[in-house]
Design a protein around this ligand. Structure first.
Ligand code: SAH
Length: 375
């Protein structure tokens, strides 16, 4: 049986595993353009023309885990470790809100000791108060990305963050291939397990967060079938948000000998994955990853052009930016806060999108599931 033409496939509402695999495998530039364009157009149809910003604050690179792909893993003795002060974090929050982003995203290496949990709780409460003082009556949107914690911790942080309508958490599953997951997280110390990761995603839902997950694309040993299963997993987890980017080798990690994909094919595969995911999950919010910008200058614009509708400009203070080195040559470590203004201009010019300033931009998927209005 011969395949239906691509243009016809792209009009479908439902996609089989074979359809998704076919989309992911596209390499012909004009075929790829058709796929990316369709994802962009469907994104417009479902979410409108706005993209939403979350000011990203990299709170700390201290980590208790040893994820082999990651440059800030515990075992990397060469990393200079830092934790921002409460004042530094609040300054970054102020910067993001003054810029009109409406939401901040706080991320760090993983710790679950009481001192850290208390510190984050205190910071979240202070950030909420600051945002109210700055005129956001409900409090700003907050996206947390602090890894696996107990349900109790997720609940405490949710209360402290103050605005249950714009409360979000990002916890990537990294890959749906369990054997590959275990390989990525082999360690002599504390290591991540697949069941614990799934439990955390379920606890986040219980605690009331808009839940986001995602995978790395182009991990050594990952197949197209794995990526198809990743998309199926996003569907079965019923997630509200996704963040996905290319796997980039890190010399602070322990996978250097396994190499990474060539840049050109990796860029295409990443864009195909973003676009195929957008077609399969039209109502989720999908963020353009910094890793894509590192792979290719202007990569985040290309992510918007492949179906993403969220951007996370870095607002971390200059003092520590270069130390949050998840992978080699991470983009934006020398950038000044004002370079975010340049990013805004570039996005407007290259993507045809508008920016949803001073809006929360919660995922449509979440609003439908919880019967909330547009924000
Ligand atoms: N520790 C937290 C968040 C920080 S890491 C957590 O695990 O949730 C944030 C994301 O960076 C990870 O989920 C991973 O997908 C990505 N990342 C880490 N190392 C990477 C690499 N070498 N290439 C691409 N992405 C990487």
């Amino acid at each position: 049986m011969s395949e239906i033409p691509l243009t016809e496939l792209l009009t479908q509402e439902k996609f089989s595993d074979d359809d998704l695999a076919r989309l992911l495998r596209l390499t012909d530039p004009s075929d790829c353009e058709k796929l990316w364009r369709e994802a962009y157009d469907r994104c417009t149809k479902v979410h409108g023309n706005n993209i939403y910003f979350r000011g990203l604050i990299e709170v700390s690179n201290v980590c208790t885990y040893d994820c082999r792909y990651c440059g800030i893993r515990k075992g990397n003795r060469a990393a200079f470790r830092y934790t921002l002060t409460k004042e530094e974090i609040l300054e970054a929050v102020r910067y993001a809100l003054e810029a009109g982003y409406g939401s901040v995203a706080l991320q760090s290496g993983e710790r679950d000791d009481p001192k850290f949990v208390d510190f984050i709780e205190d910071v979240l409460a202070a950030a909420h108060r600051l945002s109210v003082q700055m005129g956001i009556a409900e409090g700003c949107g907050m996206t947390l990305s602090f890894g696996e914690q107990t349900l109790e911790t997720y609940r405490r942080w949710a209360r402290a963050a103050g605005n249950p309508n714009a409360l979000r958490y990002l916890l990537r599953i990294e890959t749906s291939n369990r054997a590959l997951f275990d390989h990525l997280h082999e360690s002599t110390g504390k290591s991540k397990t697949w069941p614990a990761r799934l439990q955390a995603l379920s606890d986040l839902r219980t605690a009331g967060y808009q839940v986001g997950t995602g995978v790395m694309i182009g991990i050594p040993g990952q197949t197209i079938e794995d990526l198809v299963r990743d998309i199926r997993m996003f569907e079965s987890l019923d997630v509200d948000m996704l963040g996905m980017g290319p796997y980039l080798v890190s010399h602070g990690g322990s996978m250097v000998e396994e190499g990474m994909m060539d840049k050109g094919p990796l860029l295409t595969l990443t864009r195909n994955m973003l676009a195929a995911t957008r077609l399969a999950l039209p109502t989720v919010n999908m963020a353009a990853a910094t890793a894509l910008e590192t792979l290719h200058s202007g990569g985040r614009s290309l992510a918007i052009l492949s179906g993403c509708n969220v951007m996370m400009p870095n607002v971390t203070p200059q003092r520590t930016r270069a130390s949050y080195q998840l992978y080699d040559n991470k983009q934006g470590t020398e950038a000044t806060p004002d370079s975010n203004v340049a990013l805004e201009g570039e996005l407007l010019r290259t993507t045809g999108r508008t920016i949803g300033f001073n809006r929360f931009g919660s995922a449509l998927h979440f609003r439908k599931r919880t019967d909330r209005p547009e924000d």
